[in-house]
Design a protein. Structure first.
Ligand SMILES: [Zn+2]
Length: 333
């Protein structure tokens, strides 16, 4: 197992190495094209804009925006041009600035990833809503305080909110990749992964005591917060972020897998399916392939696989709530 993990991290760091090298943007044809485009194609940002009146104050910002737009448009058109040349020569696609050459659809950079992120968001919302209805309207509530019997209710509510937040920013980021959308996507994903690791520990070890919960959560929250601050305000280190996220992901998959192996939980087969399915889906992130037809790449497929897995995951959570509630009711009687 340790050997396999080491192998996994080695192949991961190789992948990161490939990302940083980006063969496409060092291609002289591409470089020349971008240089030329900057001179001939960006004229709109420097001519004929009125500078008097109340618009004066907004002028620099407006120009900046246009300038940025011009650079990204130049890069895009030069990438398509270079890719066409490569195709004629019979060479396969390469990455540009760390990204595969995607074709835009209505100005959206990666339409498939956006669509799948939106579907993930919808499935998360449906799961969370049905969980809410189950707990507060279908299952019995404690007569003393009208609160659910299920001890993990609050934890799953926060999980649902963090998951929806993270899919929202994923959809935004894949629509248009700029510095702040990228940071929000990465930060939300790290927060969700860190938090779901906390929930995994709480549930698999049945941590129900308030003090014990604080002891488990505090160091992990401190670690994830530091990691997110580091990414946003010090250095957006893709390699490091990938390692941290994979480590947190593998840790919780192992916890759930071991727990599913020893528990007599009635829905453990659902847990197994989600664990094995997520493990297999993660391979898509590692064996990255270029977008099929310029649209469908490994990352988009990875976002597609989490849609049915999320559906199954919330169904496990709901059955866990029913199971725990009926156990508590038996004890009360
Ligand atoms: Zn993504």
């Amino acid at each position: 197992m340790v050997m396999r993990l080491i192998f996994f991290f080695i192949s991961l760091s190789c992948l990161v190495g490939v990302i940083h090298a980006s063969a496409g943007d060092s291609d002289p044809r591409y470089k020349d094209c971008v240089e030329e485009c900057k001179i001939t194609g960006c004229r709109f940002s420097s001519d004929g804009v009125s500078v008097d009146g109340s618009w004066y104050m907004q002028e620099p910002l407006y120009l900046q925006w246009k300038q940025w737009d011009c650079q990204s448009d130049c890069r895009y058109h030069c990438m398509l041009k270079t890719e066409k040349d490569r195709e004629i020569l019979g060479t396969g696609p390469v990455k540009y600035h760390g990204k595969w050459p995607f074709k835009r659809v209505f100005g959206i950079q990666e339409p498939f990833s956006v669509a799948f992120s939106a579907l993930n968001l919808a499935v998360q919302f449906h799961g969370w809503l049905s969980f809410f209805i189950l707990l507060y309207y279908k299952l019995p509530l404690r007569p003393q305080n009208r609160k659910p019997y299920y001890e993990y209710t609050g934890l799953w509510h926060i999980y649902g909110l963090l998951a929806m937040n993270s899919w929202f920013w994923s959809a935004v980021f894949h629509s248009r990749d700029v510095d702040f959308t990228e940071k929000l996507d990465y930060s939300s994903a790290a927060a969700l992964l860190g938090y779901s690791l906390i929930v995994a520990i709480m549930r698999t070890f049945s941590v129900r005591d308030e003090a014990a919960r604080v002891m488990v959560a505090a160091p992990l929250i401190a670690f994830v917060t530091t990691h997110i601050l580091y990414l946003n305000f010090y250095k957006l280190d893709y390699g490091l972020n990938m390692k941290v996220c994979v480590a947190m992901g593998i840790a919780q998959l192992l916890l759930w897998a071991i727990w599913a192996g020893v528990t007599h939980h009635p829905s453990k087969w659902k847990l197994w399916t989600v664990v094995v399915g997520t493990g297999l889906a993660m391979l898509l992130e590692i064996y990255d392939f270029p977008p099929y037809g310029g649209y469908l790449d490994a990352h988009a497929l990875w976002h597609a696989t989490t849609i049915p897995l999320t559906f199954l995951w919330w169904s496990f959570i709901k059955e866990d709530a029913e199971f725990r509630t009926s156990n508590s009711m038996k004890k009360v009687k």
